[in-house]
Write a protein that binds this ligand. Sequence first.
Ligand SMILES: NC(=O)c1ccc[n+]([C@@H]2O[C@H](COP(=O)([O-])OP(=O)(O)OC[C@H]3O[C@@H](n4cnc5c(N)ncnc54)[C@H](OP(=O)(O)O)[C@@H]3O)[C@@H](O)[C@H]2O)c1
Length: 337
Amino acid sequence: MTTTHRTTRAVLFHELGGPDVLKVEDVALRGPGPGEVLLRVEAIGLNRAEALFRAGAYYYPPTLPGSRLGYEAAGVVEAVGEDVRAYAPGDLVMTAANFDFGVHGVYAERAVLPQEFVVPRPAGADAVASAAAWLTYSTAYGGLVETAGLAAGDHVLITAGSSGVGTAAIQTALRLGAVPLVTTRGEAKRQRLLDLGAAHVICTESEDLVKEVRRLTDGKGADIAFDGIGGPGFAALGDALATGGTAVLYGFLDPRPATLSMNWPLTVRTYANGALAATEAFRDRASAFIGSGLGNGTLAPVVAETFDGLERMADAHRLMESGTHTGKIVVTVGSPR
Ligand SMILES: NC(=O)c1ccc[n+]([C@@H]2O[C@H](COP(=O)([O-])OP(=O)(O)OC[C@H]3O[C@@H](n4cnc5c(N)ncnc54)[C@H](OP(=O)(O)O)[C@@H]3O)[C@@H](O)[C@H]2O)c1
C-alpha cells in the first residue's frame, strides 16, 4: 500500500487569522508507507491549540501557505503499510496526538499517520465520543494522576473547568475520590459545572479565588492546582495551595507570562501531553484509564456541540473562540467520496 495516490478533502489555511481563513480543498493523498496507517476520519475533536495555531499564537508556527490543522480524530483504518502488524483495515482507532499538525493535520476526510499516532478506540465508544476522549482524558490523567500524584480526599483546584480538558479533569478527580474545586470566569457556567460534578465553583471575575479556596478547605489550601490558563493569575493558584502543594501548568489560555507565588514551599510542574504520548507505555496506561472509565461510566466525554461536515469547521472555530461552550466541540465527517 505504498503507491496509491489520490486526493482527499482537507481543511487548509494559507494565511494566519480568524476562523475565516479555514478553507476546504482537495489535496493529494498518498497511500500509507512503512509504519503508517491510512485513517478514514469520522469525527474530529477540536482543541484550543488549533485556534492558537491558526492565529500564529501556538508554540510552533505553521508553514504557509497550505498548512494542515487538527490533532484529534476518530475513524476507521482503511489501509496499512506493508510492515504494520498492530492494525488492519477496518480497525476502529482514534489519534493519540503527538505530531506536527501542520503536516499530519486530521481536519480531513482521510489522513496518513505513523502507527504510533493512533490507539484503538475504547470498546463501545462511538466516533463522536472517541474524538472527544483522548487529548482531554490523557492530559487529565497524565497531569493529575501521573504528574501530581492526585489521591483520594485531595482538594484539587481545576481552572477553566468548562474547557475540554477541564471537564475531563473534573471527572478524573471524582473517579479518584478527590474533591474538585472548579473555576470559571463569569456566572454563566456555574450551574453547568455543578451539574458536571464540581464540588464548588469559583467565578474568578466576581470572587476572591484564594479566600474561597481557603474557606472551602478549612484554611489549609488545595493540595493540587491544575491550570490551563497561566498568565499573571498563576500566582494566585500557588497562594491558594496548602504548604508543599503542587501546581501543574498545562496550558496558556492567557498568553502573558505566568507569575510565581511566593507561598513556598510549593512544587510547580509543567505538563506536555505530547512528550508522554510519544511513549508506548504511556499510551497503553492512558488508554487503559480511558477505556475502563468509559466502560464503567466514571468518564463520559462532555460534548458541547457537534457540527456536521468539514465545511462547518469555521463555525466550530467561531464557537470555540466565543468561549460560551462547555466541553468539547466535535465536527463529524460524512462518507468519503
Ligand atoms: N499541555 C498539554 O499537553 C495540553 C493538552 C491539551 C490542552 N492544552 C492546553 O489547555 C488549554 C485548554 O485547552 P482546551 O482545548 O481544553 O480549551 P477550550 O475547550 O477551548 O476551553 C477554553 C475555556 O477556558 C476558559 N478560559 C479561562 N481563561 C481564558 C482565557 N484567557 N481565554 C480563553 N478562555 C479562557 C473559558 O471558560 P470560562 O468562560 O468558563 O472561564 C473557555 O471557554 C489550552 O491552552 C491548550 O493549548 C495543553
